[in-house]
Design a protein around this ligand. Structure first.
Ligand code: GUN
Ligand code: ZN
Length: 430
């Protein structure tokens, strides 16, 4: 085999979820290697073994840097790129003041294309190689992100955000047009190259029961698609849902009653859950997406990461309700929120959540989020001494976890030494 590339550095390979089995679920090789060929991982293991197995391979040596699967951001709003870090509002005010006016600009395909490209370049710079993103109500905003991802070779999940009430003029569709537009985008993009279409009602307050039903019907026709939406983010929002859906048992029921609860569902936030909601989520195998920088930034609350033992939980930036594009910063925020709940997340938990955990939530763990043979070769190479402050902390480390944790807590895009997408190294400074 002549086209094998051997990528050398430290490696971490998870045999199971550390949240279930502890940090011992990970195998660390200080002198490790990942062999790739044709855009896929062939093998991961000790460098000496892989050098012997592939003696003809071209090598790329990252020395002491840590080779990880590319980060997977399981919930974001790419159209909110330019309004990230907008001051002083909580959810509903924040949507009305900042988000909706910005999303209106995506009626212009040129603007959508500009932001889509800018957004994906920022992701790559931060070591994120796959995202599940909301778009706006405009079909052109969906074409823009899939086109930009295709140009970069990235695996991506995205969908048209549907809203037919409680949104301003120019930002509403209808039950029928949401169905028709989502269906034609799905037909165009789902399964094309590395693209996956996600059926995307924004959240119950901005969809009529008719629209939720129409999207539930579309999902029933395409059950292999993911469905993403928001659930129980802030108390005011939950009270609003109760008044809009007086017959619903709870917030989750507003989705369930319209065919929008199932194994391929991803519910963002899910902070203030009722016991029945937790039970139903567990029974159906739906995934929850933890958005820690958003949950602090817009004051939503403290997610219970203990739920990750019962059902799939992904980790996400929730750009631009979230205050960072970086999954390192997102891991740090997840750690801090867990501390406030008396739960100490181990560095193994944090890295796993940002890679395989998110990939599992997106039902893509057979393709991304791991260094397992057969996975697509999306890699993020972490410099564990990227700043003087981090380097002095890392210098004292006795274990890989002590060496990694300062980068999780203090690292930013300077820690992203290299990124590989689909088997090729890509520029992180575009
Ligand atoms: N709930 C409905 N829409 C949004 C959004 O754009 N961001 C966040 N954080 N929550 C939402
Ligand atoms: Zn969101």
């Amino acid at each position: 085999m002549t086209d094998v590339i051997l990528i050398l550095g430290q490696t971490l390979v998870f045999g199971a979820s550390p949240l279930e089995e502890g940090p011992g679920a990970a195998r660390h090789d200080r002198r490790g290697a990942v062999a790739i060929s044709g855009g896929r991982i062939l093998a991961t293991g000790p460098a000496d073994d892989l050098r012997a197995a592939y003696p003809e391979a071209e090598t790329r040596n990252y020395g002491e840097a840590l080779i990880l699967p590319g980060f997977v951001d399981a919930h974001a709003h790419y159209p909110q790129t330019a309004i990230i870090a907008s001051w002083g509002k909580r959810l509903i005010d924040w949507l009305n003041t900042y988000t909706f006016p910005e999303e209106m600009r995506f009626s212009d395909p040129a603007y959508a294309a500009e932001i889509a490209g800018r957004y994906l370049d920022i992701l790559i710079r931060n070591g994120t190689t796959t995202v599940a993103t909301y778009c706006t109500i405009h079909p052109g905003s969906v074409d823009a992100i899939f086109t930009a991802a295709e140009a970069r070779g990235m695996r991506i999940a995205a969908g048209k955000t549907c809203m037919d009430r409680n949104a301003p003029d120019g930002l509403r569709d209808t039950a029928q047009s949401a169905y028709d537009d989502s269906k034609s985008l799905l037909d165009r993009w789902h399964g094309r190259g590395r693209a996956a279409y996600v059926i995307t009602p924004r959240f119950s307050p901005t969809s009529t029961p008719e629209q939720l039903s129409a999207l539930g019907a579309l999902w029933a026709e395409h059950p292999d698609c993911l469905m993403q939406t928001h659930l129980s983010e802030q108390p005011d929002e939950i009270a609003w849902v109760r008044s809009l859906f007086p017959n619903a048992r709870d917030y989750l029921d507003t989705y369930e009653a319209h065919g929008l609860l199932g194994r391929n569902a991803m519910f963002g936030h899910a902070i203030h859950l009722e016991p029945r909601e937790r039970d139903r989520l567990r029974e159906t195998g739906a995934a929850l997406i933890h958005c820690p920088t958003s949950n602090t930034f817009i004051g939503s609350g403290l997610f219970d990461i203990g739920l990750a033992r019962a059902l799939p939980v992904g980790l996400a930036t929730d750009t631009g309700g979230g205050s960072s594009f970086s999954m390192l910063r997102t891991m740090a925020a997840a750690y801090e929120i867990a501390q406030l709940r008396g739960q100490a997340l181990h560095p193994a938990d944090l890295i796993w959540l940002a890679t395989e955990g998110s990939a599992r939530a997106m039902r893509m763990e057979d393709r991304i989020g791991t260094l397992a043979p057969g996975s697509e070769a999306d890699l993020t190479i972490l410099d564990l001494a990227s700043t003087p402050a981090i380097a002095q902390a890392t210098a004292r480390a006795g274990t890989i976890w002590e060496a990694l944790f300062p980068t999780i807590m203090m690292g930013d895009d300077r820690a992203i030494q290299a990124v590989w997408v689909g088997g090729s190294e890509v520029s992180t400074t575009a």
